[in-house]
Design a protein around this ligand. Structure first.
Ligand SMILES: Cc1cc2nc3c(=O)[nH]c(=O)nc-3n(C[C@H](O)[C@H](O)[C@H](O)COP(=O)(O)OP(=O)(O)OC[C@H]3O[C@@H](n4cnc5c(N)ncnc54)[C@H](O)[C@@H]3O)c2cc1C
Length: 416
């Protein structure tokens, strides 16, 4: 292998790939990122960084910069389809964690990570326009072949290339497309007056008639007329999936009348949706957990390894934890296949639990319970529908599965 070949080739410069690059660099391990996109565009809308991911981003020294662009989420509040309060759950530091929960535009998160990678690893650490089409491996070398004809050699190749991963496709050629959940999502971000104090995430309604998840993702600025940027997701059961493309455009008429007339004393949801310039559509999809991610010198990470429904705000956070844990194994064992096997032995079962729980009992199953028990009707008192202890039990169960149990997070040693 040539002198300039890095130890690790990272396929995909999304959230997981960039955090992996920063982590490897921090651990003194050389790497290069091969990213398919020819240019970096401000794509996507809101994303959440949970305390377990924020601990990792703090250890990487990017948490303060991220916080400047984000909203520190104080509470997650659940409301019925009729706008009635069901439950509230403090989040991040307001729940006693040592780390915040940040709600942020994906483009801001990506920008901060990319700038840090370029500043620390050099301008050429991320090669744009390099779509991986195949990876070959010999006894001590991997070769990544790109669609522009370039080939790159290293000791390990990590497929961090998202839900439509080409690396996963090479390892599992017969797997087919991601699985549709029966729910489509329409998403948007729009400047809108702050609601509920400006740092609350809300989840309301239910999927059969229309469910929303709404939270601020950028502080007010002159560019947004002094208003915060509010992210919204409208979810609805539909027999057919919309096209799986992160940039797919939706129309207001796709979601009306399901989301008409939702004006509550805490927010005019319909007005906010109607004021949004660009609506994106995406189906809620995932894939079955895999028995193996690692084959010799190749493994998977993030959405390439374990795409999940966005029903516990966990997709980006789980990718970040993969990146940090993998770095720890490579630092301990070297850039050898055993490091990948050790990484997978812990992260595969842990993330599979999140994938499966998101299918059956994610935190928003609170809304399902209330919808069914109240038969979709307004209620007098929430206690008549479901007890506070039962509501809390649903949330606590999820925290443990997703790895953000407070004590575990506070006391475990660093991954790297
Ligand atoms: C354009 C885009 C917009 C998104 N918008 C949202 C959003 O609004 N809300 C949300 O919750 N999640 C969004 N996601 C998904 C979210 O980023 C991930 O679920 C999560 O952060 C896990 O990150 P990841 O690094 O595993 O995957 P991703 O962040 O999806 O990154 C994968 C990266 O791999 C690149 N890639 C793909 N194929 C190849 C290949 N063959 N060779 C080289 N590179 C390749 C992609 O261009 C991308 O940069 C978006 C993803 C993308 C790519």
């Amino acid at each position: 292998m040539s002198e300039s070949s890095p130890d690790v080739l990272i396929v995909g410069g999304g959230i997981g790939g960039l955090v992996l690059a920063l982590s490897l660099h921090q651990a003194g391990i050389s790497c290069r990122v091969l990213e398919a996109a020819p240019e970096v565009l401000p794509l996507g809308v809101g994303i959440n960084l949970l305390p377990h991911a924020m601990r990792e981003l703090s250890e990487l020294g990017v948490a303060n910069e991220l916080a400047r662009h984000a909203i520190e989420t104080r509470e997650l509040r659940y409301y019925s389809r009729h706008g009635q309060f069901i439950h509230k759950e403090p989040r991040g530091r307001f729940a006693g964690y040592d780390w915040a929960q940040l709600s942020i535009h994906r483009a801001d998160l990506h920008d901060v990570l990319l700038a840090a990678v370029r500043a620390r690893l050099g301008e050429t650490a991320v090669l744009l326009g390099h779509r991986c089409v195949r990876i070959d491996q010999e006894s001590s070398v991997v070769t990544v072949h790109c669609d522009n004809g370039a080939t790159h050699r290293g000791r390990l190749a990590i497929g961090a290339d998202g839900i439509h991963s080409a690396v996963r496709g090479q390892l599992y050629p017969n797997e087919g497309s991601p699985k549709y959940s029966g729910v489509n999502m329409w998403r948007g971000a729009t400047p809108w007056p702050a609601f509920l104090g400006g740092d609350i995430m809300t989840s309301s309604g239910w999927l059969t008639v229309g469910k929303t998840v709404i939270y601020p993702i950028r502080p007010p600025s002159a560019a947004t007329g002094g208003k915060p940027l509010i992210n919204w997701v409208a979810e609805l059961e539909r027999p057919e999936a919309v096209r799986q493309d992160w940039t797919g455009r939706g129309r207001l008429s796709d979601i009306m009348p399901a989301f008409a007339g939702l004006s509550y004393d805490w927010l005019d949801i319909t007005g906010m949706i109607e004021s949004t310039e660009e609506i994106l559509e995406y189906p809620m999809v995932d894939r079955d957990p895999l028995e193996r991610w690692s084959f010799g010198r190749i493994t998977l990470l993030g959405d390439a390894a374990h795409p999940m429904y966005p029903r516990g705000s966990n997709g980006a956070s789980q990718a970040i934890i993969d990146a940090r844990f993998l770095t720890g194994q490579i630092k301990r064992l070297g850039a050898i296949p055993d490091a990948l096997t050790q990484y997978e032995a812990v992260r595969n079962p842990a993330s599979a639990k999140v994938v499966l729980t998101n299918r059956t009992n994610p935190p928003d199953s609170i809304l399902r319970e209330v919808w069914h028990r109240s038969r979709g009707q307004p209620f007098e008192r929430i206690e008549d529908v479901i007890s506070p202890a039962e509501l809390q039990a649903i949330l606590d169960r999820y925290s443990k599965v997703a790895g953000f149990d407070r004590e575990t997070l506070r006391t475990r040693p660093s991954y790297v």
